[in-house]
Design a protein around this ligand. Sequence first.
Ligand code: GLA
Length: 386
Amino acid sequence: MNLSYASVREQFRERFGLVPVLFRAPGRINLIGEHTDYNDGFVMPAAIDREIVFAFALSDDSATVIHAANMNETAAVDLEHIAKDEGGGWINYLLGVLDRLRLRQPGIAPFKCLFFGNIPTGSGLSSSAALECGFAYGLNALNNLGIPAIDLIHIAQWSEHQYAGVRCGIMDQFSSMMGKKDHVFMLDCRTLGYRYFPFILKGYEIVLFDTGVKHALANSEYNTRRGECEEGVRILQKLDPEIRSLRDVSAETVGKYKHLFPGKVFDRVWYVTGEIERVQAAAADLERGDLLAFGKKMNETHRGLSELYEVSCPELDFLVNESLASPDVLGARMMGGGFGGCVIAIIGSSAKRRIEEELYETYKRAFGIELKTYEVAIADGVGKIE
Ligand code: GLA
């Protein structure tokens, strides 16, 4: 889907008769560090060249109206009475942002907003984070609120928790806001300190394979995993009350106390502590320019997510296994929360076409689904469009 800024501007003018200011907010990928963010661990994401464009103007009347151009749906909002819409849908991500913004700065003036995006939804590319972040950023600018980016990130995350019902970590919102062209960044989700790494792949490319499925248990299982990690922390705290999260424990220590964890809790904790260590080792690989070692770590992450953390699904496992059958694929793994969405792979440029075509055929034969492939580039985070 082509995204023309001029056409968004034009649509806005036609609909509202006002001249808008434009902002953009990207989706994200995550190279490594999955299900570590809500455990105070490390992640290594980047913003991508798929985005939502927002057109905003202060109202010339007292009405606040938001139009979702992709769906051709319009919502009127009463700024004095912000509450979750039980009907659900896209408006809740925005209402949650408004709720928090108004708590902090009651003086938000009535406005008109139209947004249009080309981030596939339900594919694990964080279109919802882009929606929250772009909206928060735009309103902040439009009203000269002066709220720092880090607070906007928290406002966006809060909206996801309270209005969308997913207890997500900070990675997606942070990436949409802080991404930097041609760089991945390693984020310490405890301190929120971060460091950019140039990510220019000579002879390789980042390719996303979209399973085209999102299994219904995705959100409930996500929250269950969080609960299991918290249970793991409570058990570890009996050994050492200083432990506040899985970030505070090594995989080695967890291994020693395997017998203390009931049911699946050991596997969950074992995966997370290993993954937190793996991200740090992967950062060292990047520093050495060792893409081969980096790719292997992505593969290990997938194995952990599939076998220990159990957030993969047959479609994701299939695409990872088929990809890795080719020596031109350095690394492949499921990305994001799991139970569907995309596989991220690093593929040799010369073999890319052939692999994409082969996967399309085998995936269709196995699942009857036409595989969608996205070739993505790493882009800047949220910003104003001049
Ligand atoms: C989702 C959440 C993130 C993160 C990932 C898993 O994308 O929104 O906060 O937990 O899953 O790494």
